[in-house]
Write a protein that binds this ligand. Structure first.
Ligand SMILES: [Zn+2]
Ligand SMILES: [Zn+2]
Length: 239
């Protein structure tokens, strides 16, 4: 059995963290790399960066004092960020797209490396930085390895549940996570999962006949073409 995909991804994070500007402030050993199981198809989130400090207070407690972020400690080491990759979607990407996604998530890390989010938000400037970082990585010979072959069973580390902000007043909230919360999961890399799953429900407008394929059941929904707000005359019906 090959190394868990999340280990290979952590190696890639380490490689990217050795490039400027990341090498000045990113400590890859304080980034936890995990994966989550996503739906089939290429649409949707491919990776995410999770923070351990709020930007408004730069602390685990939000500026208004109502929310707190859990402690994330792995083998005694305080983790600052969690980068999660969505499988199998990420496996279908080209090496270039994968490199851009790794650069993208690292760009969400603040230069203080204190667990907060960088102030730069998604947009054109962000995307052009991502591309130039992927270029720089390629020039430096940094590339993601082949993560999985079609039909192969791969393993990955997952953290379940992912550490989430909790209300400070909630006595039942999870306040601390450690290596015992990491589970080694397996996944068959099925090439058929490149395609999105067929819709489970198809709804139709009784007036204009427009069809709405959906993965989930709709309750109070009417046709968006016939009325911009909910209108019972155009209530969608299941076909
Ligand atoms: Zn992002
Ligand atoms: Zn309609």
């Amino acid at each position: 059995m090959r190394a868990p995909v999340t280990d290979l991804l952590h190696d890639a994070v380490r490689d990217f963290a050795s490039l400027p500007p990341f090498r000045d402030y990113v400590d890859a050993e304080r980034i936890l790399v995990v994966a989550t199981r996503g739906r089939a198809g290429l649409e949707g989130k491919r990776a995410a960066c999770h923070f351990t400090r709020f930007s408004d207070s730069r602390q685990r407690v939000s500026a208004d004092g109502r929310w707190e972020l859990p402690v994330l400690c792995l083998h005694g080491r305080d983790m600052r960020y969690v980068i999660s990759f969505v499988l199998p979607r990420f496996l279908f990407l080209s090496p270039r797209e994968q490199a851009e996604d790794v650069a993208h998530e690292l760009l969400h890390i603040d230069r203080a490396f204190d667990g907060t989010a960088a102030p730069l938000c998604h947009g054109r400037a962000f995307e052009s930085l991502v591309r130039s970082l992927a270029d720089r990585a390629a020039e430096s010979g940094i590339a993601l390895p082949e993560l999985a072959r079609p039909g192969e069973i791969i393993s990955y580390h997952r953290l379940r549940p992912l550490p989430q902000p909790y209300r400070r007043a909630d006595p039942a909230a999870r306040r601390r996570y450690d290596e015992r919360d990491l589970v080694l999961a397996r996944l068959l890399f099925d090439p058929a999962e490149r395609e999105p799953p067929p819709p489970r429900y198809v709804y139709e407008c009784p007036a204009c006949g427009e069809r709405y394929p959906r993965q989930r059941r709709l309750r109070m929904a009417s046709c968006g073409s016939c009325s911009s707000t909910y209108d019972g005359r155009f209530k969608l019906r299941l076909v």
